[in-house]
Design a protein around this ligand. Sequence first.
Ligand SMILES: NC(=O)c1ccc[n+]([C@@H]2O[C@H](COP(=O)([O-])OP(=O)(O)OC[C@H]3O[C@@H](n4cnc5c(N)ncnc54)[C@H](OP(=O)(O)O)[C@@H]3O)[C@@H](O)[C@H]2O)c1
Length: 218
Amino acid sequence: MIAVLGAGGFGLAMGHAISRTGQSFCFGVREVETVAVSVDAIQKMDALKTCTGVHAVETAIRSSDLVILAVPYAAATPLVQSITDWSGKIVVDCTNPLKAGLTGLEVGHNDSAAEQIARHASNARVVKAFSTLSAYVLEHPTFGTGRAFLPVCGDDPEARARVIELGRLMGFDVVDIGPLAHARYIEPFAMLGIQLAVQRRYGHGFALGVMQRERVAV
Ligand SMILES: NC(=O)c1ccc[n+]([C@@H]2O[C@H](COP(=O)([O-])OP(=O)(O)OC[C@H]3O[C@@H](n4cnc5c(N)ncnc54)[C@H](OP(=O)(O)O)[C@@H]3O)[C@@H](O)[C@H]2O)c1
């Protein structure tokens, strides 16, 4: 079972993408009664057809083996720290550690949001993924014959493989980029996408892709 923590714009889009794969998931939210899109509305949405329920965060985590963090960066570390022992669960960090006003990244070069989260998530297998995609692209992964590029990294090979498979089933061009420290490259890459979307006015209906004609030795 997959838990998506946070039912904001990105969490709902993540639910949409998971539903496309046919896998079951639940939402974990702070206040079930005050969630922005009501539980009733969520349960009626065809795009969220594999959603089994909307629960309190801890209940959602308890029933899942793969937990997706679709919460703001500032909320992610306290959230993972609130669980004493993650018991080997996979935690997927989708956050972008943005400075206020999108003026830059809070962390970089020698560290990343994903590594910070991993240091505070006792016994979790942390994977960085999906933060490079807009909510819109999560819902619409294909561009003609092309697919949006989705880099994935994490220290545990089995956890990484599970997330890679999930991304492929969702319809993305997933690339395994190795250990979690490579989130130091993913997070600025996501920032480039945000710059294009907002400052360069590309909007949300675009994605960056990898083109390769042939494999030329490095
Ligand atoms: N939007 C995008 O296109 C996009 C793209 C890539 C990555 N991301 C990343 O995805 C994350 C979520 O972005 P968003 O656009 O969905 O933001 P959002 O619309 O503001 O939603 C954030 C959600 O997180 C919930 N939340 C906050 N603190 C929480 C906690 N401690 N426990 C559980 N839920 C909590 C909020 O719930 P309440 O209603 O209780 O406040 C809200 O539902 C961010 O880290 C963002 O950088 C977003």
